[in-house]
Design a protein around this ligand. Sequence first.
Ligand SMILES: [Zn+2]
Length: 304
Amino acid sequence: MRIYTHPACTRHDPGPGHAERPLRLVAVTEALREAFPDALHWEEAPRASRGQLLRVHDDALLALVLDTPVDGPMALDPDTVLAPGSAEAALRAAGAGIAAVDAVMHGEVRRVFCAVRPPGHHATPSAAMGFCLFNNIAVAAAHACDKHGLSRVAVVDFDVHHGNGTQAIFDTDARVMYLSSHQMPLYPDTGYANERGVGNIVNASLPPGCDSDGFRRIWRERLLPTLDSFRPQLLFISAGFDAHKRDPLAQIELESGDYEWITRELVAIAKRHGDGRVVSMLEGGYDLAALREASVAHVGALLD
Ligand SMILES: [Zn+2]
């Protein structure tokens, strides 16, 4: 199995005290190297091209992220910071997903995990928000459709926050199904069950305090059967680990083993319909110990 990452992804520094900090990625990559010293093939993520980004974002957002001169952290909103290393990190994070799609579609590997930051799923066509600059997973899913001609692509999002950006990008694009479980109420206050796109958006909310049983029940009874009947040719995972019980930004009580469980379920569906092809990308997760455990549980299940 392949991992795409890049040192530039640790050089996006939103500043002291920010939850979305470089050490998050260090924790994930160190834990994976320790847990799987031989099974993972590490590759450097290329940069996404402007054309690849423009499939899901507008010119103004590209200009803001890539062309703004920054000599120190600059707040784009109360959560989201553009700093001197941010443009390069954002290009590598989005480029990881592009490379991952090409690798699985060319049959080089079946499953890829992109260990990248900044995260992506809150970035909309026109706005960076919620720690996210470009929507990495949407850039990758659009590449799968446009470059590789896929017509049934699924983006599964178990980050504790709703991926409003991913939903906004695809809610009129029937080639892409977006399925999310997320805590409500919580930032960004989207992801209600009545947000259905063109029938391709499936949102399931979790109440604060929801534990493993509640999480697994929603996936087993609602989300996984819907995903299975969509028969995805390629399955993307927005792998945020902030529904873990240790996470400081939300109140869902998942154990690390829940990430192994959901990943196994998703891999089984990918094997039924998409030759086992899965591209997973790191999103949130703000407790370093939880990030270590959960990412090892997730990648271990991707490995089989
Ligand atoms: Zn999150």
